[in-house]
Design a protein around this ligand. Structure first.
Ligand SMILES: Cc1cc2nc3c(=O)[nH]c(=O)nc-3n(C[C@H](O)[C@H](O)[C@H](O)COP(=O)(O)OP(=O)(O)OC[C@H]3O[C@@H](n4cnc5c(N)ncnc54)[C@H](O)[C@@H]3O)c2cc1C
Ligand code: SF4
Length: 522
């Protein structure tokens, strides 16, 4: 079989792969982008919570296994643009301290091989590329930035503004979430984004969300040197006899097997699929999986400790676009608790259909529909620590197996408890007084739900980067220690995960590695 040769092959078109291709496209290098999915169809169902959340219309049907061998239906999406087609577009920088070693209640969060200052210029570039709307100086844990956001923050609707004031009155520093949406509140008639309720978890029907397809892949394809193959599942990477170079990329497309080669091969299939691809590519030279002499490939899987917490009140919450407010006051701990606790923000407004998909406990006297209309829907994130036994492996049929035991949970429990306290401190409402925030019963009604294993939205850590080839698979440029022309630029490279959403860090790193590759190929 003859091989078509490229300068660069990139596998996966999400936050990592899509952003990288955007950086490389103007170079004139011949680039092949391989994506297992197709385009998300533009259809009414894009904005249907029933279709998206209840029927799982865009979820992969792929079946994985958990550690016990039970089927696992991952909440992940294979499309051009990857999971950014569905993300909530909250685009945070990690904190400066996240790049160093941090002591948690449950153990140590290890340091990164690069400092915050090395990534900072790329954070700024990624924020501008993805049109992040935000404001500097509000978030008490915000790291230093070399430029302001290019767009003003997304404003709070009245219920969120009221909560902002209630939190501020309790001595906290709530802030506007940095959001990648193409919203122009000063010129609503011209604004691409219409500020709808179906952003988080949904594709944007009007292409106004800053996702990797709209912002990066589509513009990159305007360059004649960039080729995208959709429906192209990469099954294996082949190497030369010495095992030092990737010589061919095997692809399954339209029921056929194809092979391509390139001077540089970049894997960006998402932290779980990238690890699976390297494990599938085991050979005599790489018996534990490609580039896996260290035995770290697939290990140290992290996905954050995430919970959704609904606070019900007698007054309805008519907010449409809820993801505007966050709290980082407890990110590194509190006066009573010296360890990191995490980050508090919001999910998109929940409704009855979405709640039915998660099957939460129904508050006595409420229906799911009613709960959706009266709730404030918080999203709490805490850091999980890299445990080598939390890992991606393959079973005998080649299926993905995800083994995960939660750790470092005490900080998350305390964060949840703090939020409950804060909500009890909300001011009395004009209609119901303090009773308003107590549900219909004589006690506060907070319904919490931890995100289960299938919730792999924040997957990272499975092919960590570092200086030492004994403890990491990638060097600080995200190049495999053992394979000269192999790079990984998705969420896999994180040695630790911090407690803010991961996508902006993946994008910024892709731009950083992109500059390195431009130098290498010059
Ligand atoms: C509902 C939801 C909400 C989220 N909200 C936020 C948020 O608000 N903020 C935030 O920062 N993050 C958020 N995330 C997480 C964010 O989307 C991910 O961190 C990010 O997309 C990961 O980037 P990636 O490049 O690692 O992988 P992906 O974006 O998943 O891209 C991987 C790509 O590789 C393709 N692929 C996989 N295997 C193969 C193969 N073998 N061959 C070819 N192609 C392959 C996939 O189809 C996919 O397109 C959210 C995720 C979800 C699901
Ligand atoms: S219109 Fe705006 S709020 Fe609605 S999905 Fe698109 S980007 Fe999100």
């Amino acid at each position: 079989m003859s091989l078509t040769h490229y300068d660069i092959i990139v596998i996966g078109s999400g936050a990592g792969g899509g952003t990288l291709v955007h950086r490389l496209a103007p170079s004139g290098k011949r680039i092949l982008l391989l994506e297992r999915g197709g385009y998300v169809p533009r259809e009414r169902e894009n904005w249907s919570t029933r279709a998206v959340n209840l029927e799982g219309r865009y979820n992969t049907r792929e079946e994985w296994r958990d550690a016990a061998g039970k089927p696992l239906h991952p909440h992940t999406n294979y499309f051009v643009g990857g999971n950014t087609k569905f993300y909530g577009a909250a685009l945070f920088r990690l904190r400066r301290e996240d790049f160093g070693e941090l002591r948690h209640h449950g153990g140590v969060s290890p340091a990164w091989p690069i400092s915050y200052d090395e990534l900072e210029p790329y954070y700024t570039q990624a924020e501008h590329l993805y049109q992040v709307h935000g404001v500097r100086g509000e978030d008490p844990t915000e790291p230093p930035a070399s430029a302001p956001y290019a767009h003003p923050p997304v404003s709070h609707e009245p219920r969120l503004q009221q909560l902002h004031e209630d939190f501020a009155a309790q001595g906290l520093r709530p802030f506007h979430v940095p959001m990648g949406v193409m919203l122009d509140e000063r010129e609503p008639r011209r604004s691409a984004c219409i500020r709808c309720a179906t952003c988080d978890g949904h594709p944007c029907l009007v292409n106004a969300k800053s996702d990797a397809q709209v912002v990066c892949v589509d513009p990159a394809l305007a360059h004649p040197n960039v080729t995208l193959l959709t429906g192209a599942f990469v099954s294996r990477l082949e190497t030369d006899a010495a095992g030092r170079r990737v010589t061919a990329v095997q692809v399954e497309r339209d029921g056929q097997r194809e092979r391509y080669s390139a001077d540089v091969v970049v894997v960006a299939a998402g932290a779980i699929n990238s690890a699976a691809l390297l494990l599938r590519s085991a050979s005599d030279r790489h018996p534990r999986g490609l580039a896996n002499g260290s035995d770290v490939v697939g290990r140290h899987y992290m996905g954050h400790i995430n919970s959704v917490l609904m606070a019900l009140s007698k007054c309805p919450n008519p907010t449409v676009f809820q993801k505007t407010l966050a709290l980082n006051d407890f990110y590194f701990g509190s006066p009573e608790w010296a360890y990191p606790m995490g980050h508090i923000s919001f999910v998109g407004k929940l409704d009855g259909d979405t709640l039915a998909a998660g099957a939460p406990a129904i508050a006595p006297g409420w229906t799911l529909e009613l709960m959706g209309r009266h709730s404030l829907d918080f999203w709490l994130t805490s850091e999980d620590l890299p445990d080598p036994d939390n890992r991606v492996t393959l079973d005998r049929e080649g299926r993905i197996v995800l083994s995960y035991r939660p750790n470092n949970e005490e900080g998350h429990r305390r964060l949840t408890a703090r939020l409950k306290q804060l909500l009890e401190g909300q001011r009395a409402c004009g209609v119901h007084g303090h009773e308003c925030h107590q549900g219909v019963f004589a006690r506060n009604l907070f319904l919490g739900q931890r995100i289960p294993l299938a919730g792999v939205a924040h997957q990272n850590g499975t092919i960590r980067f570092g200086h030492d080839p004994r403890t990491s698979a990638l060097d600080p440029h995200c190049r495999a220690h053992e394979v000269d022309n192999l790079y990984v630029v998705d969420g896999s490279f994180f040695p630790s995960s911090g407690a803010v959403n991961p996508a902006l860090t993946i994008m910024a790193n892709a731009l950083r590695v992109g500059d390195h590759l431009l130098g290498r190929l010059a």
